[in-house]
Ligand binder design. Structure first.
Ligand SMILES: Nc1ncnc2c1ncn2[C@@H]1O[C@H](COP(=O)(O)OP(=O)(O)OP(=O)(O)O)[C@@H](O)[C@H]1O
Length: 277
């Protein structure tokens, strides 16, 4: 990779043509962070926004499976990477570099390099939103991300369970430490409605909303535990493809609309700050 010459600006640089960069994180693994990221991306696309999705979950890069395309990306021009287009979303994934069942084994500097390449060497083109699916936990990827590009904000996904929320609070603290504004929290696998209509509270529905309130954060919405959502992920056909009026997709669209509104608000506020200073 070419190196920036002396005197080149240091620190995070906006990606040309990309309006908002939104990271999706969780404290705990397996709470459905990728499911939320993928369905958020598809929803924003269906709502008319131009959307990219960067799968930076080095431990479980599941975006290609969830978007139904696992082929390698094309290299174009001078070593530029062409993102893969699926369901209206341009995406790239660490899973495309190391496909199949091989785990990615790498040290910090290489990881940093990959995150940078995925931001700067991919032909994202004009995007309203670049969604970044982070690995669970609090780690290197976030640091690489914030060192490379200014983030609009982050979303933290959790279930309502005590253990998931304990870890979600650590994720909130991490974003605070790296000065990334938290757009809000999403509760996933909130409750489950049986065919009979009976509602079962599996993971402590309501816990995430209470935690968001404690931290003065926006609660972006609750997504039910629903086999159709799991199936949509496994088959590469996210439930949100059915559009905003579909009962199974509605919750994701509510989240998407709130994220869009909040991202615009954050960007407007930061512009104000720049004008004053
Ligand atoms: N609301 C839901 N209803 C049913 N199944 C769900 C729901 N959300 C996620 N799942 C399923 O749970 C599993 C874990 O979800 P997912 O991979 O999105 O979690 P994750 O938090 O991104 O995991 P990790 O980051 O640890 O890899 C997947 O099989 C997914 O399809």
């Amino acid at each position: 990779m070419g190196h920036a010459g002396a005197g080149a600006p240091q620190g995070p640089q906006p990606l040309p043509g990309v309006e908002y960069v939104v990271a999706v994180g969780s404290g705990k693994g397996g709470v459905g962070k990728t499911t939320v990221a993928v369905n958020l991306a598809v929803s924003l696309g269906k709502l008319g926004y131009k959307v990219g999705l960067l799968d930076a979950d080095i431990y479980g890069p599941n975006v290609p499976m969830m978007l139904g395309v696992t082929r390698q990306p094309n290299i174009v021009g001078e070593n530029r990477i062409e993102p893969i287009l699926s369901h209206g979303v341009k995406f790239i994934s660490v899973g495309l570099i190391s496909p199949g069942d091989k785990p990615m084994v790498m040290r910090g500097p290489m990881l940093h390099q990959i995150i940078r390449q995925f931001l700067q060497q991919v032909e994202w083109g004009e995007l309203d939103f670049l969604i970044v699916d982070l690995p669970p936990g609090t780690g290197d990827v976030v640091i690489s991300l914030v060192q490379t590009v200014p983030l609009t904000g982050a979303i933290v996904v959790s279930t309502g369970s005590g253990v998931a929320l304990q870890d979600a609070r650590k994720a909130l603290e991490m974003f605070h430490q790296v000065k990334v504004e938290v757009i809000g929290m999403v509760e996933n696998m909130s409750q489950m409605t049986l065919p009979s209509g009976e509602v079962i509270d599996v993971f402590g529905a309501g816990g995430t909303e209470r935690t968001a309130a404690q931290f003065g954060l926006t609660f972006l919405g609750a997504v039910e535990l629903d086999p159709a959502i799991r199936e949509g992920g496994d088959t590469g056909l996210p439930v949100t493809l059915a559009g905003p009026d579909s009962a199974k997709a509605k919750a994701f669209y509510e989240v998407a609309k709130k994220v869009a509104a909040k991202a615009e608000e954050i960007a407007d506020n930061s512009e104000d700050v720049l004008e004053i200073s």
